[in-house]
Design a protein around this ligand. Structure first.
Ligand code: NAD
Length: 432
């Protein structure tokens, strides 16, 4: 069978600071800091700083030209003591097992910080989906789903969308599992289209959570939304919704970017015009705007900076040049531990990923609950419940941060003791 050559691996911003580039080492460092600050039992810490299961699959996909191309994918469970494993599926040429492990660990803390009964998981395939036709993307998704089906299921592990995956991909995943089950299994994935058991409010949920926590942070700092400017790196699902909802609350969005660079106008961005231009001409632009790089966007003098693309964007090489008053981490892992300290010392208010972007997993949980009970709520209900959970989590984390004089990220890891407590209850075997 003919074999195609894989696309060259993507080189992200992590390359700017190579010693920061391993997300798994970063996730473990963040964990160690939190475990120490929160007085976690060292035995429990040794359990929680590792991932429970790691599945690596290499599988064939039939391409449109009738050749077979081999792809590699991952599914990792960090911890499943609080409930089924939960976490998105990423399609990206730069996916690595260490990235997936880090994302799975962050999912455990994220679910714990918003009090959702899930453990942490993540999955990914090394692929640039932009190079595949729709048919090839479907073939890849269905085959990957079959390969990881030994782990996933409504009561075991429930995937969701992440970078470069969406409702259509979730529909193919659900259908693949349903074909083998002989009946529809909607609760096996979340972030599905509404017509097959998706939830109202799910596509906007992560961005809505980012908006809610940003507004709460502005209030805490005594800044009116009307006086706040915003820059968003990565105007995809999370970044676009965050920008749109912050603009609706009165903030002025002055820069947005994608992987090609940023569109900036200090008088404000017409978000829908800019995104429509990208759909038509492949580039974010509006009538009057300046093109700047993603690095320049991060360093703009804005009130709120929303990194909503990939990991390691704010590192020790640029943290000192960050001028934002608030960093709302829409992306997972955008700030390295060294940068965290620099930002903390500069008085930048960081809303950490495991809190800021927890709206997505929260509404995924609502979707799963609705699928299992086959009873659906309206959008108003969903948004109201989401707001209640996000605000409770924000207030709790802020309180711990102020009381213990620790970073918001370390305070948000109060989910760590919660997970540890469950893990200690769940240690059925003396050898654990
Ligand atoms: P997406 O694929 O919809 O959007 C990603 C955006 O980032 C795109 O606009 C892309 O052009 C841009 N991008 C990619 N590489 C970039 C680079 N190097 N510099 C600048 N921009 C770049 O993905 P998404 O679902 O919005 O996810 C974005 C981030 O949010 C990821 O870190 C993801 O893990 C996290 N997240 C997503 C969800 C969710 O519900 N989708 C939930 C929680 C966290």
């Amino acid at each position: 069978m003919a074999q195609k050559v894989e696309a060259a691996p993507f080189k992200g911003f992590a390359e700017a600071d190579p010693d920061q580039a391993n997300p798994w080492k970063i996730a473990q460092r963040q964990f160690d800091i939190a475990a120490q600050a929160l007085g976690l039992d060292p035995n429990m810490a040794s359990v929680l700083r590792e991932c429970k299961r790691q599945l690596i699959v290499t599988f064939p996909v039939l391409m449109d030209d009738h050749t077979i191309q081999m792809f590699t994918g991952f599914r990792v469970h960090h911890n499943v003591d609080r409930g089924p494993a939960k976490g998105g599926i990423r399609y990206h040429p730069g996916v690595t097992i260490d990235e997936v492990k880090a994302l799975a660990m962050w999912m455990t803390w994220k679910c714990a910080v918003v009090g959702i009964p899930y453990g942490g998981a993540k999955g990914g395939v090394i692929v640039d989906p932009k190079r595949l036709s729709r048919n090839e993307l479907e073939n890849l998704t269905r085959r990957y789903t079959s390969e990881i089906s030994i782990l996933i299921g409504p009561d075991r592990d429930i995937p969701a969308p992440d970078v470069n995956t969406n409702a259509q991909i979730m529909a193919w995943m659900m259908d693949t599992i349903s074909m083998h089950a002989g009946h529809s299994v909607p609760a096996v994935v979340t972030g599905k289209p509404l017509g097959i058991g998706g939830s109202e409010g799910r596509p906007e949920a992560t961005g809505r959570g980012c908006m809610l926590t940003t507004i709460a942070a502005l209030k805490h700092l005594g800044i009116r939304p009307q006086d706040a400017t915003v820059a968003v790196q990565g105007v995809g699902n999370v970044g676009y919704t965050t920008a749109k909802l912050l603009a609706e609350r009165g903030c002025k969005v002055i820069a947005v970017s994608d992987s090609n660079g940023a569109c900036y106008n200090e008088d404000g961005i017409e978000l829908d015009e800019v995104v429509r231009e990208k759909e038509l001409n492949g580039r974010l632009r509006q009538q009057v705007c300046e093109f700047i790089s993603n690095e320049e966007l991060l360093e703009l003098p804005v009130t709120v900076l929303v990194p909503a693309a990939l990991e390691n964007q704010i590192h020790r090489g640029n943290a000192n040049r960050i001028k934002a008053r608030i960093v709302c981490e829409g992306a997972n892992g955008p700030t390295t531990p060294e940068a965290d300290e620099i930002l903390y010392d500069k008085g930048v208010f960081v809303i950490p990923d495991i809190l800021a972007n927890a709206g997505g997993v929260t509404v995924s949980y609502f979707e799963w609950v609705q699928d299992l009970q086959e009873f659906f709520w309206d959008e108003h209900d969903i948004n109201e419940r989401l707001e209640r959970i996000m605000m409770r989590a924000f207030d709790n984390v802020l309180k711990v941060s102020l009381e213990k004089k620790i970073m918001m990220r370390t305070a948000a890891c109060r989910g760590v003791p919660a997970a540890a407590q469950t893990t200690s209850y769940c240690s059925k075997s003396r050898s654990m």
